[in-house]
Design a protein around this ligand. Structure first.
Ligand code: SAM
Ligand code: SF4
Length: 387
């Protein structure tokens, strides 16, 4: 039995499933856009989808909204405005809610960021990946390095004082010097946040079927070390495995995921995780994945599947997320967000501490540098506990 004294904070994720074209490394639920994007029908479906979900979170304020994809910046500012007005009419958005929109530099026409800002978006996340054209071409990106720079400058010009740049490293043909130059360029553009991901080859992608030659492990390790040093020197705190932020500018939406908060998920393939005080349980649910099937399904059947978490699922999933945070977490947070006592994982914690993978005291748990670099080994310990 779970025992919630209060429910975790609530966020909202909205998925926009279309892109100009599919990138060969990407396993997100994203599809090449049809000639005529069904913007209006999709926004109507997403709002109907939200209405179905509302009874599960009745009256709870929403602290963050993340419009991700796919490429949400493909949508017109008018569509995003309709979406945000529709959200405000249907749920209680906190007055200082962080509202992020993901943007691809290849879709940023003159003036569009300003219109997004006027509609109520207060944070952008721009997918630059690299500023070097040979790497961008190998990644199948639709924009040049110059356009990635222009997108960040356009974010400033539109008045966004809070935006993230996504970069990837370990790219085909990339050297340590090139990866470092990407980070230096990103820092020069003055974002409040930089996400730095190692390129992974995911099943069901073009790169999986015909893999490109990648830099070897040692080179990728050196890139990571060199880039993390540059980011640290420039004042970006490394607060999560791939996330670096200026003080106070950590992504609040992702922090809620990493601390096992609750979230609604609307749009094609979106996932939700909701705790219930009445039922004393935690449920995961997900929506129809394919955009057209999603449009056909909503407003009749909107949930495609759901699962009530076992105690083991809840405690493992909490650790899976929270151990990604460099500063770790308070033991009271474990109890508050899983509804479970922390002594249920005491044995695994003791083993992890013995192996030097975490440090703990009465109050707090922190992954060590060693634990963070061998996160999978650390997580395996919690996978076994309580099974
Ligand atoms: C949904 S996309 C961001 C917005 C937009 N779709 C774009 O690509 O410009 C999220 C980010 O995940 C990262 N990403 C996607 N696939 C990846 C992979 N296979 N390995 C590492 N990072 C990946 C990229 O940095 C990408 O910007
Ligand atoms: S633009 Fe972004 S979401 Fe779309 S295919 Fe490329 S990486 Fe994936």
């Amino acid at each position: 039995m779970f025992n919630f004294s209060a429910l975790p904070p609530l966020s909202l994720y909205i998925h926009i499933p279309w892109c100009v074209q599919k990138c060969p490394y990407c396993d997100f639920n994203s599809h090449a856009s049809p000639d005529a994007l069904p913007e209006k029908a999709y926004i109507e479906a997403v709002l109907a989808d939200l209405e179905h979900d509302l009874p599960s979170t009745w009256g709870r304020p929403v602290h963050t909204v993340f419009i991700g994809g796919g490429t949400p910046s493909l949508f017109s500012a008018e569509a995003i405005d309709t979406l945000l007005v529709g959200l405000r009419m249907r749920l209680q958005l906190s007055p200082f809610a962080e509202i992020t929109l993901e943007a691809n530099p290849g879709t940023v026409e003159q003036g569009r960021f300003k219109e997004f800002r006027d509609a109520g978006i207060n944070r952008l996340s721009i997918g630059c990946q690299s500023f070097h054209d040979p790497q961008l071409e190998k990644l199948g990106r639709i924009h040049s390095g110059k356009e990635a720079i222009l997108a960040a400058e356009a974010a400033h010009d539109a008045g966004f004082d809070n935006f993230n740049l996504d970069l990837m490293f370990g790219l085909p043909g990339q050297t340590v010097a090139l990866a470092s130059a990407d980070i230096e360029q990103a820092i020069k553009l003055g974002p409040t946040h930089i996400s730095h991901y190692q390129l992974t080859i995911e099943p069901n992608t073009l790169f999986h079927h015909s893999p490109p030659a990648l830099p070897h492990d040692d080179a990728r390790w050196s890139m990571q070390e060199a880039c993390e040093e540059l980011l640290g020197d420039a004042g970006y705190g490394h607060y999560e495995v791939s996330a670096h932020a200026r003080p106070g500018k950590q992504c609040q939406h992702n922090l809620n995921y990493w601390s096992f908060g609750d979230y609604l998920g609307i749009g094609a393939g979106a996932h939700a995780k909701i705790s219930s005080a009445a039922e004393q349980n935690i449920t995961r649910s997900w929506k129809q994945r394919h955009p057209q099937r999603y449009l056909d399904a909503v407003p009749n059947t909107h949930i495609s599947g759901s699962q009530v978490l076992t105690r083991h699922d809840a405690s493992f999933e909490f650790m899976l997320n929270a151990l990604r945070l460099k500063d770790g977490f308070d033991k009271t947070l474990f109890t508050a967000h899983t509804g479970l006592p922390v002594h249920g994982i005491a044995e695994a914690l003791a083993k992890a501490e013995q192996k030097g993978l975490i440090e703990q005291d009465m109050v707090h748990i922190t992954p060590t540098q060693h634990g963070w670099h061998f996160l999978n080994e650390l997580l395996e310990m919690f996978m076994e506990e309580g099974k």
